[in-house]
Design a binder for this molecule. Structure first.
Ligand code: GLY
Length: 565
């Protein structure tokens, strides 16, 4: 009898896995003629495409895909987080939209310090005090109001509502993470039954009635349904109960902001990317401008010379990030100076081709990286009129602060960790900061998110971005070079091995097989330190060439999916 029972259970497991592998059959590489969505989950990508087939444009698709990710990709897709997007209209107008979280009004510079002035470990990463005022709902609404084509806002939430209400089978990767963080979920949300169960298996249904309720409220009332009334009160109550300081006025006063994007020429291309409070556009612009002075194509992909130059540029650019970058509404970020040719010439004046410059000679400091995984997510979309949108959104860590607004079914971010808690003390990505990124009421924390659109001859050429914390900037940088300088197609450029240097810690992070043994030897001989890591970034990108759209999801992320037609 027992044997029979075991056989039945095994058969059910096999059936559920096979069934799930059908659902999660993703495209990592696709060529299409009309429109395309690349996201971190096949349910979400398909919804984006469906919206465009119904007459929606790239922004309508983006909004629907984002709300779907909040359901099917809860570790990073979100209502309780924030992000950035770069939009380019068919007429060529480019805009940046900032829906980054803000510090609550009661936040202050020393929020995470003890009486001795030392950073209290974990306080900016876990629990209520880690939570910034969420921006996602306001951001998506602002984008739709200004650029959306479909008339009914609620139509964009309908697919996500259905997924939340009816449930969907979780992927292997999501099941793994839900299990991994169970202890943290229990700590902050001991009675939550939606996300916490004995053990998640791939194919188990995640049904989210509370989230469906919230999405319906937002569908009916717009952002007011989130930033005012019962949902807002529930956010404040949960944050307060979890040790935080957010007040109802913080939510009511939140607004997304349209900003001038950073536009930097690179060879025959224009690279459009995110201005502060993201460091992405400035850092990417500095890197591209520096390497444009050298014959990368001649030197070759991941040779000693190319790698050494890129690493030395990265050290200097990340040192600048630490000192000069923060929310430009609060701190005078010297954008023009940082991107000026004269400054970059001076910045690279001590660069030697045969020798690494130790980071200590650029800026002092030393520390260890925190082990939290880097989870954010990105969506790239091109619509039939060649309107393009590149959007990166995040809760910061996996499932953010791990604090769930239980009755409304969503996680809250831990974005406060992206502030500099104390000058020179690293955040979870090992990034340090200074006065420019100090905490202040209503201020936005510095980000590395780098949603980008590259144009050529006034046409969209590439749409790309990635999660990966501090490595976002260098992953986008490398992907652009892979196409422009190393003649790769989009798929090859996304799958190519990556490396990263962020000034501190002073080592080159690299993926297995990123370099030949000979190049590793040469880098070490020049004085570089190296550390192999499992993987860097999950780039999602679309290339427009020869009248086709070539989409690439990252094979590093099991669930990345390109859909198009
Ligand atoms: N939370 C990661 C970033 O914004 O860079």
């Amino acid at each position: 009898m027992q044997k029979l029972f075991l056989i039945i259970i095994s058969l059910m497991l096999v059936w559920s896995c096979q069934n799930n592998s059908e659902v999660y059959k993703t495209h990592k590489h696709l060529i299409a003629d009309t429109a395309m969505v690349v996201s971190a989950n096949p349910f979400a990508s398909k919804i984006g495409v469906q919206i465009m087939k119904q007459g929606g444009n790239a922004i309508d698709a983006l909004v629907a895909t984002n709300f779907a990710l909040a359901v099917v990709y809860p570790r990073a897709g979100n209502l309780g987080g924030g992000g950035f997007m770069i939009i380019r209209t068919p007429k060529g107008e480019a805009t940046a939209l900032d829906f980054r979280e803000t510090a609550p009004a009661q936040a202050h510079k020393n929020l995470y310090l003890d009486s001795q002035g030392n950073v209290i470990p974990g306080l900016s990463r876990n629990g209520g005090l880690a939570v910034g005022v969420p921006g996602t709902v306001a951001g998506l609404y602002a984008a739709w109001q200004k650029y959306g084509r479909l008339k009914k806002w609620s139509d964009l939430l309908a697919p996500a509502i259905r997924l939340a209400e009816e449930g969907f089978p979780v992927s292997e990767a999501e099941a793994h993470r839900l299990n991994k963080y169970k202890k943290d979920f229990l700590k902050w949300n001991p009675t939550n039954k939606t996300f916490i169960k004995d053990h998640w298996l791939a194919g188990d249904y995640l049904v989210q009635p509370e989230l469906a309720k919230t999405l319906k409220i937002i569908a009916t009332k717009g952002p007011k349904g989130f930033y005012e009334g019962a949902v807002a009160q529930a956010i404040v109550d949960k944050v307060t109960k979890s040790g935080g300081i957010m007040k109802i006025e913080d939510l009511k006063n939140y607004c997304a902001k349209f900003r001038e994007p950073i536009v930097v020429p690179y060879k025959d291309y224009q690279v459009i990317s995110m201005p502060p409070p993201s460091s992405g556009g400035i850092a990417l612009g500095q890197l591209l401008k520096i390497v444009s002075r050298y014959p990368l194509k001649k030197w070759g992909f991941h040779t000693y010379k190319t790698t050494h130059l890129m690493v030395e540029a990265e050290k200097r650019v990340y040192a600048d990030r630490a000192k000069y970058l923060g929310d430009s509404d609060f701190y005078p970020v010297p954008i023009d100076s940082l991107l000026s040719e004269a400054y970059l010439t001076r910045r690279m004046a001590d660069f030697r081709m045969d020798k690494a410059t130790p980071s200590k000679a650029i800026f002092p400091g030393d520390f260890k990286l925190h082990k939290e995984s880097f989870e954010t997510t990105h969506i790239s979309i091109v619509d039939p009129d060649k309107m393009a949108v590149s959007c990166t959104t995040t809760l910061n860590s996996n499932y953010g602060s791990k604090v769930i607004v239980d009755d409304y079914g969503f996680f809250l971010n831990n974005e406060m960790d992206d502030f500099s808690a104390k000058p020179g003390v690293p955040n979870q990505f090992g990034l340090i900061g200074a006065e420019a990124n100090a905490i202040a009421p209503h201020k936005r924390m510095l980000s590395s998110m780098t949603p980008s659109i590259v144009t050529k001859n006034d046409h969209v050429f590439m749409v790309l971005g990635t999660p990966g914390g501090s490595t976002i900037i260098t992953s986008v940088f490398q992907t652009i070079l892979n196409v422009v300088d190393f003649d790769m197609n989009m798929y090859e450029a996304v799958q190519a091995k990556r490396f990263h240097h962020q000034f501190l810690p002073d080592y080159i992070m690299y993926e297995k097989k990123a370099f030949t043994p000979e190049v590793i030897k040469q880098l070490k001989q020049a004085g570089h330190h190296l550390k192999q890591v499992k993987s860097i970034g999950y780039v999602k990108a679309i290339l427009l060439s020869n009248g086709h759209l070539e989409g690439a999801g990252d094979t590093r992320n099991q669930d990345d999916d390109v859909e198009g037609y």
